[in-house]
Design a protein around this ligand. Structure first.
Ligand SMILES: Nc1ncnc2c1ncn2[C@@H]1O[C@H](COP(=O)(O)OP(=O)(O)OP(=O)(O)O)[C@@H](O)[C@H]1O
Ligand SMILES: [Mg+2]
Length: 154
């Protein structure tokens, strides 16, 4: 199955995120990997919109956790500034995932402390305006999300 999506603009990345946001349910975990400026936060803006949230989604560089209440709550964590993976425990992710969906930027900074079942969206920067998004699902629910997103936006 094809698991990559191309984006030619920030707006397109936002729309892909929105398509995934419409599919999100309580318990879903989306990990967003890719270099600075790749489009992870833009994607989360789309996720929030897809869930019906109408406020602003900002870069979480200083605030570790954002909370957006739409149809369900989306928790948005950015681990870029973590010094040690153990600090992920302070976020109490296992409590958040029973209450809403969770999107995590810079998941690699959390080491092995993130939920085992998750959908990875890996961002590659191809040029100033183009990105390749690769989906890597772990677990059955993530596979369904991945298939749903490819059907909606592929
Ligand atoms: N196809 C594209 N998809 C997403 N963003 C794009 C695209 N083309 C250009 N951009 C621009 O790239 C930037 C992406 O910024 P964003 O904050 O989403 O990155 P990020 O991956 O969250 O970075 P950080 O690791 O610093 O949090 C924005 O300025 C956006 O306008
Ligand atoms: Mg970001």
């Amino acid at each position: 199955m094809k698991t990559t999506l191309s984006s030619a603009s920030a707006g397109e990345t936002r729309r892909i995120g929105e398509a995934l946001g419409k599919l999100l349910e309580v318990g879903d975990v989306v990990l967003l990997s890719g270099q600075l400026g790749a489009g992870k936060t833009v994607f989360v803006q789309g996720l929030a919109t897809g869930l019906g949230y109408e406020g602003t989604v900002s870069s979480k560089s200083f605030v570790l956790l954002g909370e957006y209440k739409g149809k369900i709550t989306l928790y948005h964590a950015d681990l870029y500034r973590l010094d040690q993976p153990e600090q992920v425990d302070d976020l109490a992710l296992e409590e958040l995932v029973v209450d809403g969906a969770v999107a995590v930027e810079w998941p690699e900074r959390g080491g092995s402390r993130l939920p085992e079942e998750h959908l990875v969206v890996q961002f590659e920067v191809d040029s100033a305006e183009t990105r390749t998004l690769s989906l890597d699902p772990k677990g059955q629910r993530a596979v369904r999300l991945s298939e749903g997103l490819m059907a909606a936006a592929g």
